[in-house]
Write a protein that binds this ligand. Structure first.
Ligand code: 2RA
Length: 455
């Protein structure tokens, strides 16, 4: 895959010295080594800090009203108050804001984007694009590829969220509490509502009147908005666990019709940005220590839900600082460049809820069903990242999502009945033992890489 080039842009990072900001700069070095026009911004407390990015030394400046002059894209990851204050100022100065807070996510005129799921939504931004909460992103990454071929009726998500989701101070708190508790000393919570060392806390953010926490309500509201699926029933329990990096979740989904686990696996394997690590025979499933530092969302333990004929259960893990925040933001910037829509209002908000404007629909390829069946093993690997369906006995292979593809199919077939067959299952299982580095987990312990002060 070619990554759209961001080197011609000036990018401001508000919160450059925070946990997500630091990850953002690391990803800039990995994906955009030629990007040199950066403005690193923070509060007055961190102003003056020197940071080297792509071989160039930058001095972190205090964010002011003038900070956004000449900026093309402003990435904001500080507090919700900071986003509320700085985003309109950045937009007025001509920048597109990619915002990591909950300030604008549910606003009608603000796209909430996970590029692999609803990348086309960047086209109708009015200056601000929001990224989802880091527990929502991995959920929609697994739900979307399933939902577009077999509508999801209900999702129950139970999360196991790392302390880095609450910022650098919470990471430090876990480290200190673990040390103290091992020495038999007592601890007093400072950044978490209760003791996090050797404990789990079933509260992330404050409680709402309905008994859910704000974190849980975010998962409910945001996943529906991103997937353009207001009717999916969602429930969540969000739990903080004594893990440094990576959020995990056990997910149960009730589908419209029963689906074989091999079909589910095949759909998930074809989803860009998702890695299936699911071989219980070999004891393979994703875990937060390993996934910390990885870009993909990892999924394993894929099984039929024993309590529901149409249900499936699975386990997901993703680096909350990367795909959960910084990487997703950079992918949005890349999406803006690829779709040439940096300017607000480049395109109207599409009328239909799913997918891409008609003009972006790529060519379809059609082939004989018998040929497809006979050559399925050879042909299917080529389909990674594409949508494939067998419709009216014809294999349709498309670059685009299910619903716009179906619009096209309806145009072609008129009122004639459309029969969609299921694809043959793909008996591949992804093994990935050797590539995990647990890079961010190590870094948070201060053993190598970034030390505790830089998060
Ligand atoms: C957390 N999801 O883990 C939140 C951060 N946005 O606390």
């Amino acid at each position: 895959m070619t990554i759209p080039n961001l080197n011609h842009l000036t990018i401001a990072v508000v919160g450059a010295t925070g946990a997500v900001g630091a990850e953002f700069l690391k990803i800039v070095e990995q994906r955009h080594p030629g990007l040199h026009s950066l403005k690193l911004l923070a509060s007055s407390r961190s102003a003056g800090t020197k940071l080297t990015v792509n071989g160039k030394e930058f001095t972190v400046e205090e964010t002011t009203e003038d900070s956004f002059q000449g900026v093309d894209i402003a990435f904001i990851s500080a507090s919700t108050e900071a986003s509320r204050h700085w985003a309109p100022i950045a937009v007025a100065a001509g920048a597109v804001v990619i915002d990591d807070s909950s300030a604008f996510r549910m606003q009608e005129d603000v796209p909430l984007v996970v590029p692999e799921v609803n990348g086309a939504d960047v086209t109708w931004h009015q200056g601000i694009i929001a990224i989802p909460n880091c527990s929502t992103t991995p959920l929609v990454m697994v739900a979307h590829p399933i939902h577009r071929v077999n509508p999801i009726k209900r999702i129950i998500a139970d999360t196991y969220q790392s302390v880095s989701g609450a910022g650098g101070a919470a990471v430090q708190e876990l480290r200190e509490q673990s040390d103290a508790l091992l020495k038999g000393q007592s601890v007093t919570p400072r950044h978490q509502p209760k003791q996090i060392g050797f404990n789990v806390i079933p509260q992330i953010d404050s409680f709402l009147d309905n008994g859910y926490t704000r974190e849980e309500q975010k998962m409910i509201d945001e996943s529906r908005k991103i997937m353009h699926a207001p009717d999916i029933r969602v429930s969540a329990t969000c739990v903080r666990v004594p893990v440094m990096v990576s959020h995990s979740a056990g997910i149960h989904m009730e589908l419209e019709r029963a689906m074989d686990t091999n079909e589910i696996r095949a759909l998930l394997m074809d989803m860009p940005g998702l890695t299936v690590l699911d071989d219980t025979g070999a004891g393979d499933y994703p875990m937060p220590w390993d996934v910390a530092g990885e870009d993909d969302v990892f999924v394993g333990r894929i099984r039929k839900d024993a309590s529901d004929l149409n249900g499936i259960a699975l386990w997901i893990v993703s680096d909350n600082l990367r795909k959960g925040a910084a990487l997703n933001s950079i992918q949005i910037a890349e999406e803006l460049v690829a779709r040439e829509c940096l300017k607000p209002g480049s395109s109207p908000k599409p009328k239909f809820d799913f997918g891409e404007p008609e003009s972006l629909i790529a060519a379809e390829y059609r082939m004989d069903l018998e040929y497809f069946r006979a050559n399925v093993d050879e042909l299917l690997p080529e389909y990674r990242g594409r949508f494939v369906a067998v419709i009216n006995q014809t294999v349709i292979d498309s670059d685009v999502d299910y619903v716009p593809l179906m619009d096209r199919v309806h145009e072609k077939y008129g009122d004639r009945p459309i029969v969609i067959e299921e694809l043959p299952p793909r008996p591949r299982i992804y093994h990935n033992h050797t590539t995990f580095r647990g890079e961010n987990s190590q870094a948070m312990l201060g053993k190598e890489g970034r030390g505790p002060d830089s998060v």
